[in-house]
Design a protein. Structure first.
Length: 184
């Protein structure tokens, strides 16, 4: 089968189109391969960065783990202490519960004491009035004692003058005693 020139041209054109299609396809494959390679590289770099971040995080966590362990030990001790304190508080609350039964009797006694205090207040008021009267009387007595003191002072001066006068009057008797010393 022999081909005509026209067919040869068509075949050449078809081969040229095919070759051009293959070149385009090859170019597309190359672009896709480059993009896939770029995506793989980006993915690997991203995985590397994530791995580095995870390692740094694990190192930081490991360093803080010791501190956390210390804090947890302290918390454990504090909770143990709190538990012991709660036990003591329970004992105290039980004692308070037992002691609270006496509260009504204490309230009754307090009420009775309040009544007695009211009575005492009246008695103290009466005593206060008596003390005020006594104070007035003592003021009068003090005035009278002051008058007596003044009177005794005047009497004391009078007695001194009387002593001088008696001494003068007893002069002749003394002389008589000197003349007759044996008379009683």
């Amino acid at each position: 089968m022999e081909l005509t020139e026209e067919q040869h041209i068509e075949i050449r054109q078809a081969v040229a189109y095919f070759k051009r299609g293959m070149e385009i396809r090859s170019g597309l494959n190359l672009r896709i391969a480059k993009r896939v390679t770029l995506m793989l590289r980006t993915g690997i770099v991203s995985m590397g960065v994530i791995t580095v971040i995870m390692v740094v995080t694990l190192i930081a966590f490991n360093n803080k783990l010791v501190e956390m362990n210390t804090v947890l030990d302290t918390m454990n001790q504090k909770f143990g202490s709190m538990s012991a304190d709660m036990g003591k508080m329970q004992v105290v609350l039980k004692q308070m519960d037992r002691n609270i039964t006496y509260l009504p009797a204490i309230v009754d006694e307090t009420s009775s004491m309040r009544d007695q205090v009211q009575l005492m207040r009246g008695d103290i008021g009466a005593i206060s009035g008596s003390v005020t009267n006594l104070e007035v009387n003592l003021t009068g007595i003090t005035g009278n004692v002051d008058n007596m003191t003044q009177t005794f002072r005047g009497l004391d001066n009078t007695m001194q003058h009387l002593g001088v006068d008696i001494n003068k009057m007893s002069g002749p008797s003394k002389m008589f005693n000197k003349m007759m010393p044996f008379l009683p």
